[in-house]
Structures are given as C-alpha cells and as structure tokens.
Design a protein around this ligand. Sequence first.
Ligand code: DQA
Length: 144
Amino acid sequence: MKILVLNGPNLNLLGVREPGIYGSQSLDDILAALGRIAEDLGVALSSLQSNHEGVLIDRIHQARSESVQGIILNPGGLTHTSVALRDAISAVGIDTVEVHLSNVHAREEFRRHSLIAPVALGQISGFGAQGYELALRALAGRRK
Ligand code: DQA
C-alpha cells in the first residue's frame, strides 16, 4: 500500500516555528518516526512539503498515476483558504485524512473553518505529531 504525506506552507519550519503551539520536533523528525511505523505496517510512504499551492496540487494529481491509496494532508494555512487544493482532492478521489498539529477549533475563529474537511475521510486536530501516526493507522486499516 502506498501513502503520500503532504505538508503545506510553513511546515518546513516545524521545531522553530511557535513551538508552544506546534511542538519542538522538526518535520524531518516527524517523518522519520512515521517512516518506521509505516515499515511495520507494510506501507510505502512518500512525502512532500511545499510552500506553494500549485506544487501540492501537482503532487496530488501525480499520486493518481502512482496508485497512491491514501493521502495524509496537513494543508497548513491553505486549510482555511484553498478551494483549488480541495478540488484537487475531490478530483483524484484518493482517501485523504486532514491533519493539524494544533487544535484548530480552539484557536482563532478563522482557523475553525476548513475547506478541506468536507472532502476528507476525517480530520485529526490537536494531537501534535501523533496526529500523523493516527492518520497513517486509519488509512492502513482501510487497506483493501
Ligand atoms: C496547522 C493549523 C493551521 O491553521 C496553520 O495555518 C498551520 C498549521 C496545524 O498543523 O496545526 O500552518 O495546519
């Protein structure tokens, strides 16, 4: 089973970016730990972080031709603004779990609305880096 992990804008700064909110682990740390769990689950992980909406959309399109069966997506700030990213997910029809390190519902009002959530299988928010693991286990459990 192939799963793609996509991280959007500013998530390259994890570890230094507002650690009180997003934790002290870097994205590389998070992905390394996730990779070990994926190996145990027999899942092939690929990942991309980009600060550019179009790059994320191109990667989602490419996932279709690679028979990727699940996407773990932390869209960062694009969660709250990007119709185009949402359309890409519904266009490819790949099971997608939306992940946020912070509890977006307990923060500013504008973070409570996700354009992605209606086209995702579900949303995991507020469990820090563990959210990626929960998403991985959820997708792996749906393996056909
Ligand atoms: C985030 C929450 C978003 O509101 C924010 O813009 C981010 C990170 C999170 O992981 O908690 O960049 O997606």
